[in-house]
Design a protein. Structure first.
Lengths: 191, 191
DNA sequence: GTCTATACTGAGATAGAC
DNA sequence: GTCTATCTCAGTATAGAC
């Protein structure tokens, strides 16, 4: 599957715009301007805006899995892998301070719209959750692995929300540090 | 100032609907249906939708301050007061599981809309932050009071986001318990 | 102070030429 | 596959009667 098809360009532009402006606040005109196609052309590739959203979520699922695989390959220990996740808060800071977490903010928006794709959107969180659970299991915390995974997700969500509200990079740095220490302490505990 | 004026009814209905459906996704027709007035009548009381939003934020600011004063009066120790804040996650669970935190979700939405009232909305967070900082200061953590306040805000935000994504009440109960223990341990530390 | 009627705009979506 | 033209509808906002 080529990545230069018009369809793919639409999905990539929509992905970015849905993140930056929100799903509802992004119009076809916005996407059309970015991709430089006409509005009518959308309906050759998608049957509705909801359809584009589904494609965007699928893209995010696939990108997420790719990223997790990369971390799996690059880091040697489960603790290091979990820290890769935590550090997105810093590596992606320029986006997060403006638009928050792409996963959390989409789930929140779709919940308020009572949108049919709510569950699909939360599946992105589930991918992270399962992967983190796996990592915690391997550090010897099998029984509580899922709770710990949820805790990491919640922690980073909260930091992202407050960070974007107050634009406070120092707070993020401190919290990332604390989270990494916490992961480290959990690991050395049991090993 | 009477609370039965049409103006006040509009603001109260808008407050609820902005929370449940989001600001942008709430139309005048939605509010009009709730208050049972005609759409034209809005413009006697407000000059635009943005104007209603400002009034809603002012209402929230005032309601928040009222709630904090109540906690201040009802609880004897700073630690107990901080726990009052933490426990909103449970007392308001039925709303939170559906719509998330009213403060956080509004800030997030306005950030994506790049809306003029962004700062006004984040002022609601600041009211909580300053109050929590006060409480921590009184437990003897003056130097780190602000960081601890932000941490409580971030923690509860994260729990609210994950809880509404996965509809997981048990997770919320566990985290509220942990947060309360943490507050308790901070307090007994220094007293 | 509240209503009805209506103007105006931008959105999603469709039809059909090329 | 892509375009232009157009439809329909919902949204904000205005004008003016009562």
């Amino acid at each position: 599957m080529s990545n230069n098809t018009t369809r793919h360009q639409i999905v990539e532009a929509a992905d970015r715009l849905f993140y930056q402006r929100g799903y509802e606040h992004t119009s076809f005109a916005d996407i059309a301007d970015t991709v430089k196609i006409s509005r009518g052309n959308f309906y050759y590739h998608f049957k509705s805006k909801d359809d584009i959203l589904e494609a965007v979520i699928d893209l995010r699922l696939s990108n997420t899995k790719g990223m997790l695989n990369k971390w799996e390959a690059e880091a040697d220990t489960p603790a290091e892998r979990i820290k890769s996740y935590i550090r997105i808060l810093l590596t992606n800071w320029n986006n997060i301070k403006q638009f928050g977490c792409p996963v959390g903010t989409l789930c929140t928006e779709l919940a308020k719209l009572n949108h049919a794709s709510q569950e699909e959107a939360s599946a992105v969180f589930t991918v992270f959750r399962v992967w983190l659970r796996d990592q915690f299991t391997r550090t010897g915390h099998k029984k509580e692995a899922d709770t710990l995974a949820l805790r990491v997700l919640a922690w980073s969500q909260g930091v992202a929300t407050m960070a974007s509200t107050f634009q406070d990079e120092q707070f993020v740095r401190k919290e990332v540090e604390r989270m990494c220490c916490w992961v480290e302490s959990l690991t050395s505990d049991k090993e």
